[in-house]
Design a protein around this ligand. Structure first.
Ligand SMILES: Cc1cc2nc3c(=O)[nH]c(=O)nc-3n(C[C@H](O)[C@H](O)[C@H](O)COP(=O)(O)OP(=O)(O)OC[C@H]3O[C@@H](n4cnc5c(N)ncnc54)[C@H](O)[C@@H]3O)c2cc1C
Length: 334
């Protein structure tokens, strides 16, 4: 193989999205990860590609919005190149509304979303009805948005790796740095620059609701994957001893999910999983010049929305690294 133009350290969704975007622009890329593809927080189960609330608009929300809009074409290309079904579906999201105040706020947000989402997606308050895949709602109303999508995170990360290989790149456990170097090392890399990790636990149930909208209730994501499973997540733990174990905190998440959505009662638990999200001090992604490795670059801080913003992270990093074209929002710099 020719000497690489870009070496990416870390085979999670950030590193692989950067490698894929660089390879798509014609660069020769190599990705190095001693632990293997999807061995970090990208190897999970949940996969909500869902927007923040449409108010107090800022760089992060605009970046996320653009990435969510890019996602369908991005993941279709990755699936085509890799031959792997990444489980992407823009099937929307339902959120029950607890009281009159929540309904007022949701209606105000519908107007803001109309203005900010440029007609590309809608946020509306609708009657919840009783039957089927509809969460109980004390007010009889739910928010329905058409921007939210879902993906199978572990499969999508593996598909990205295969897409990088299909474009002539290589994924290695070890190797030298060739060309420009991008550090996308997740939680360990975040600790190096003063950020931290937030552990999350999630579970996968056998329950077929393929094609239905995802639910967000009691701060939980309930994600009906296309393969006849439903993912439930997640805990959010700043303090933890074992990053990769699951425990009673996940039992509590499952109990809350069943309360919010009784239709799931009795569903078999297929898998319990834990990982650590990379969180920067500002909670924003950290993209651009690496703050401590002179001449290198960083792509980190995906925190709770790493999959949602990965398509745009790849695009802006490839433009910066290959062309010197810097479109990175100010607040994302290290
Ligand atoms: C329970 C849970 C639920 C989540 N739910 C969602 C969700 O619904 N939607 C969403 O968008 N996001 C979600 N996230 C967040 C998302 O998973 C992360 O933001 C994303 O995976 C971060 O990707 P990354 O590539 O930066 O890090 P990682 O996936 O952790 O990848 C970093 C990689 O770097 C490697 N590495 C470390 N050190 C080195 C080194 N020195 N050299 C080379 N390689 C190295 C590691 O082995 C690892 O493979 C969730 C996270 C968790 C834990």
């Amino acid at each position: 193989m020719a000497t690489a133009d870009v070496t990416v350290m870390g085979a999670g969704v950030f590193g692989l999205s950067v490698a894929y975007a660089c390879a798509r622009k014609g660069a020769v890329v190599r990705v190095i990860d001693p632990h293997g593809v999807a061995s970090g927080s990208s190897g999970g189960l949940v996969g909500a590609l869902a927007p923040h609330v449409p108010e107090n608009w800022n760089d992060k929300k605009a970046f996320q919005f653009e990435s969510l809009i890019m996602a369908e074409a991005f993941w279709r290309d990755v699936a085509d190149l890799s031959g792997v079904d990444v489980g992407y579906a823009r099937s929307g999201r339902l959120q029950p509304l607890a009281d009159a105040r929540a309904v007022d706020l949701a209606r105000a947000r519908a107007q803001t979303a109309n203005a900010l989402w440029q007609g590309k997606a809608q946020w509306e308050v609708i009657a919840s009805g009783q039957a089927g895949w509809m969460p109980p709602s004390p007010t009889g109303l739910v928010v329905h948005d058409t921007l939210s999508a879902l993906i199978h995170p572990r499969r999508a990360t593996r598909a990205l790796a295969d897409a990088v290989i299909a474009l002539g790149g290589e994924i290695l456990a070890d190797g030298d740095h060739q060309g420009k170097v991008v550090w996308a090392t997740g939680w360990p890399g975040m600790q190096e620059i003063g950020g931290n990790g937030v552990k999350g636990q999630a579970a996968l149930l056998r329950f077929d609701a393929a094609g239905q909208p995802q639910l967000f209730a009691d701060s939980l994501h309930i994600i009906p994957h296309g393969d006849g499973t439903v993912a439930i997540g997640s805990t959010s733990e700043r303090e933890f001893d074992d990053p990769f174990s699951t425990d009673a905190a996940l039992d509590d998440v499952l109990e809350r999910a069943m309360l919010a959505f009784p239709i799931l009662h009795g569903a078999e638990v297929l898998e319990r999983w834990a990982g650590v999200r990379p969180r920067s001090k500002s909670r924003a992604p950290v993209l651009g010049a690496h703050p401590t490795r002179a001449g290198d670059y960083i792509a980190n801080g995906g925190f709770k929305i790493g999959f949602g913003i990965a398509p745009k992270v790849g695009a802006v990093m490839a433009n910066l690294v290959l062309d010197g074209d810097d479109q990175i929002p100010e607040g994302f710099r290290a």
